[in-house]
Design a protein around this ligand. Structure first.
Ligand SMILES: Cc1cc2nc3c(=O)[nH]c(=O)nc-3n(C[C@H](O)[C@H](O)[C@H](O)COP(=O)(O)O)c2cc1C
Length: 173
């Protein structure tokens, strides 16, 4: 996987936001596995509001609905991993944006070294530490610092007017 500097173009499409799982062995495959009751499946959230906020220090921000049932499960560990979904991962976007107990039952993911899940096949992952939660009306504006990231080239998933599509580059006039 090719690493890139933190840049403004790394995160423009729907982002699955995944919590840290304390004690999860690194790179353990978790697809559809039945878990013990104390091994609760991670919460997850799709956000279209994920963006680069600052380059120095590297910060990102996103907004989360106050009504989100998943956010309390994500924030409890103090960290999360965001991913940029690829154009063929709309089924994962559906799975992670649905209200359900185990959003990852049909999703392939591996645990990063810090315990956060990374969606297999995503174009990028961004490990974050949650720093601030600010008032944003019926949403919280979350500011998080970037601890590590990696990205590779490919077609990102784009959500526009309630429909999924791809990204098309246009040549400057
Ligand atoms: C393309 C897309 C973008 C979304 N963007 C946001 C967002 O920025 N903030 C947010 O709180 N929810 C957003 N949602 C909704 C959540 O991903 C999810 O549906 C909702 O939080 C599920 O409820 P839960 O948090 O109780 O699990 C988005 C959903 C989709 C499909």
């Amino acid at each position: 996987m090719r690493r890139r500097r933190h840049d403004r173009h790394a995160a423009r499409s729907p982002q699955p936001l995944l919590p840290r799982r304390h004690g999860a062995p690194a790179h353990r495959r978790r697809r559809g596995r039945r878990r013990r009751s104390r091994d609760r499946p991670p919460g997850g959230l799709v956000v279209g509001t994920f963006q680069s906020l600052s380059l120095d220090p590297p910060l990102v921000s996103f907004s989360v609905a106050r009504a989100s049932g998943s956010w309390p499960r994500i924030r409890v560990g103090g960290g999360s991993t965001a991913g940029v979904l690829s154009a063929d991962q709309h089924h994962i976007c559906h799975a992670l944006s649905r209200k359900q107990e185990d959003k990852f039952a049909s999703v392939d993911w591996t645990a990063s070294v810090n315990g956060c899940p990374r969606v297999t096949g995503a174009l990028a992952w961004i490990d974050c530490e949650i720093r601030h939660e600010l008032d944003g009306g019926d949403h919280l504006i979350v500011v998080a610092s970037v601890s590590d990231l990696a990205a590779e080239s490919g077609e990102p998933l784009v959500f526009h007017r309630g429909r999924f599509g791809g990204y098309r580059e246009i040549s400057a006039a």
